[in-house]
Design a protein around this ligand. Structure first.
Ligand code: KG4
Ligand code: ZN
Length: 365
């Protein structure tokens, strides 16, 4: 018998957003009844990045209120809920613990089933929540801690086609923003500055483009920006606003070029095995970048494949994606017990060897 949950509470606390959401789940017709996200930007601002201990404490303090507000906004109560989905990793462990403890308490108190969800699966399944996309589809998951091409064959079946061998693009946006003296998170700040910048002024490296695979590298970009910044500073005796805009635009262009070229390859490679591949989607925080979205749309038009980019509020961290993923997993028979353990690392494709240097240098997972 196929299990089905109608109303799902989702909880997310893996990095610096405390989030809760109520989703009315129905195969091919789910609706988000509420999605509350409280960020911690002001708490971490002065440190220039997310401080895990501060994040964990803030999640623990806020998660109850955030859940209460998600119920209020959706105009439903705990009695109406059929299932609880909670991010159980990967992420900053203290934050994940706060969310999982809240979910366990509610599940126990209300005698509800609970599903521990991989945060990355939440991102990966978002195109189905918003766009009724059929399996299998290919995604570029580009966030603050990850950059991978994943073939999504089912809610619990993921194959990695390629990925970053060092930093994630979101991490590169954040580090470069820091160098340029822009606010965190760096992605939106750089995108904003880049709007009026000259993307041809600085020629930053586009690493690994000469390799035929779908792997990427972004760690050299920060060093290249840092070097150019210093050179220009010495040359001009300071930096002007226009310089920051041009740096932002040139940096964004470099990231975008790498993502575009490697996406092209990932689509072509995947199609060799999966002839019926119909959709390519970008998910994760970096998917909020308009320039990258519109460039990827052109690539997909050229390759005659359907392109999906979720609405901005569902690109960055949120709990609607966790509630939806829980619904999909529950339908497949997944259910967690009270021994559900938070995981700091949890690759989507557990069969593949970890990527070289794979990942987690930044705070985000
Ligand atoms: O998915 P997400 O909210 O958190 C995880 O990493 O799981 O992604 C956050 C990352 C940050 O590094 C942020 O700078 C980046 O996504 N980001 C962007 C934009 N908005 C957020 N990067 C580029 N352009 C944006 N508009
Ligand atoms: Zn995320």
């Amino acid at each position: 018998m196929k299990l089905s949950a109608r109303v799902i509470l989702g909880i997310e606390s893996s990095c610096d957003d405390t989030a809760a959401s109520i989703v009315s789940y129905e195969e091919n017709n789910s609706k988000i009844l509420s999605s509350v996200v409280v960020n911690q930007n002001t708490l971490h601002e002065k440190y220039g990045g997310v401080v895990p201990e501060i994040a964990a404490r803030a999640h623990a303090e806020r998660v109850d209120d955030v859940v209460t507000n998600a119920f209020k906004e959706a105009k439903v109560g705990l009695d109406d809920v059929d299932l609880i989905g909670v991010t159980a990793g990967p992420g900053l462990i203290g934050g994940v613990v706060a969310g999982v403890m809240c979910a366990k308490g509610l599940a126990y108190g209300a005698n509800l089933p609970m599903v521990g969800v991989n945060h990355l699966a939440g991102h990966a399944l978002t195109p189905r929540l918003t766009g009724n996309i059929e399996y299998p589809y290919l995604i570029l998951l580009a966030s603050g801690g990850h950059c991978q091409f994943i073939l999504v064959k089912g809610a619990d079946k993921f194959s990695r086609i390629g990925g970053t061998i060092d930093d994630a693009p979101g991490e590169a946006f954040d580090k470069t923003a820091r160098l340029l003296g822009l606010k965190q998170p760096g992605g939106p700040s750089i995108e904003n500055e880049a709007t009026n910048g000259d993307f041809k002024r600085f020629n930053f490296p586009r690493p690994l483009l000469n390799r035929s695979d779908c792997d990427m590298s972004f760690s050299g970009l920060k060093t290249a920006v840092s070097r150019s910044l210093k050179d220009l500073d010495i040359q001009q005796g300071g930096l002007y606003e226009k310089d920051i805009k041009d740096f932002s635009a040139s940096f964004q262009a470099a990231i975008s070029d790498v993502l575009l070229e490697k996406s092209k390859r990932a689509i072509i490679e995947t199609r060799k095995k999966f002839l019926d591949l119909k959709t390519f989607a970008i998910v994760g925080g970096v998917a909020a970048n308009q320039k990258i979205r519109s460039n990827l749309l052109s690539v997909c038009n050229g390759l005659e494949i359907n392109f999906v980019a979720p609405p901005l509020s569902l690109c960055t961290d949120n709990a609607a994606m966790i509630a939806y993923a829980a619904g999909e997993l529950y339908a497949l028979g997944h259910e967690s017990d009270y021994f559900l353990s938070p995981r700091s690392r949890w690759p989507l494709d557990e069969k593949k060897a970890p990527m070289l240097g794979s990942g987690k240098r930044g705070a985000k997972a």
